[in-house]
Write a protein that binds this ligand. Structure first.
Ligand SMILES: Cc1cc2nc3c(=O)[nH]c(=O)nc-3n(C[C@H](O)[C@H](O)[C@H](O)COP(=O)(O)O)c2cc1C
Length: 191
């Protein structure tokens, strides 16, 4: 049995943990796991780019050719683990990973994310598979129109496992989405 909470309690705890980061760039690196039918679990580092308009889905950016997109087409279930070193807290987000590319009908969030990216990050979407820029891409990089290669990833979170190493014994809570609410329960370290 868990306590029902209306607000996204984990979001507040996460923001406080992020505030403690000494280096805000490295504190935005998350590890995303997907499932490949041939290779099994696949994990890699991505930059967390912010929350979606719903206030709780995690946004990332990737290239349209990347293997993770093929994996997501096969199985949307994904997990992100985020360890905030300075805050000594781990968050494990489970849910479905949605990819929003150039052909997706609603472009509002994708274009807003594109506009928020730095010049250097935008440039990478005009590089070939070896990471080399071909020709003068300056005008395209500065354009508010995103290239086809730019894909927004959105993890629609249904469960959050929060581990706090600051307390002794360490404390672990599980937040589970239940329709419009989140249910929170304290769980054992090995549950
Ligand atoms: C610090 C760091 C940040 C990264 N950020 C991203 C990112 O935001 N988006 C991305 O697609 N890949 C990023 N990568 C590269 C991925 O880890 C991965 O190598 C690449 O996306 C290909 O993964 P895939 O073949 O599983 O699709 C980053 C790598 C590192 C080390």
């Amino acid at each position: 049995m868990g306590e029902i909470v209306d607000t996204v309690g984990w979001r507040l705890i996460l923001e406080r943990a992020r505030d403690k980061a000494v280096n805000h760039n490295t504190a935005s690196f998350v590890q995303l796991a997907t499932f490949d039918p041939k290779l099994g679990a696949q994990v890699r580092t991505l930059v967390f780019r912010g929350f979606a308009d719903d206030g709780e889905s995690l946004l990332m950016a990737t290239d349209g050719q990347s293997a993770k997109l093929k994996q997501v087409r096969h199985d949307k279930r994904s997990q992100i683990v985020w360890y905030l070193v300075d805050a000594r807290q781990q968050f494990r987000f489970s849910g479905e990973l949605v990819s929003v590319g150039h052909a997706t009908r609603d472009q509002v969030e994708r274009l807003a994310l594109w506009r928020s990216l730095s010049y250097a990050t935008r440039s990478s979407f005009f590089a070939n598979t070896l990471g080399e820029l071909e020709g003068d891409v300056n005008a395209k990089v500065l354009s508010d129109g995103a290239p086809e290669s730019f894909v927004m990833l959105k993890l629609v979170v249904t469960e959050v496992d929060h581990l706090d190493l600051n307390l002794n014994p360490h404390q672990r809570h599980r937040y589970v989405r239940e329709r419009a609410h989140w249910k929170i329960e304290r769980i054992g370290l090995n549950d």
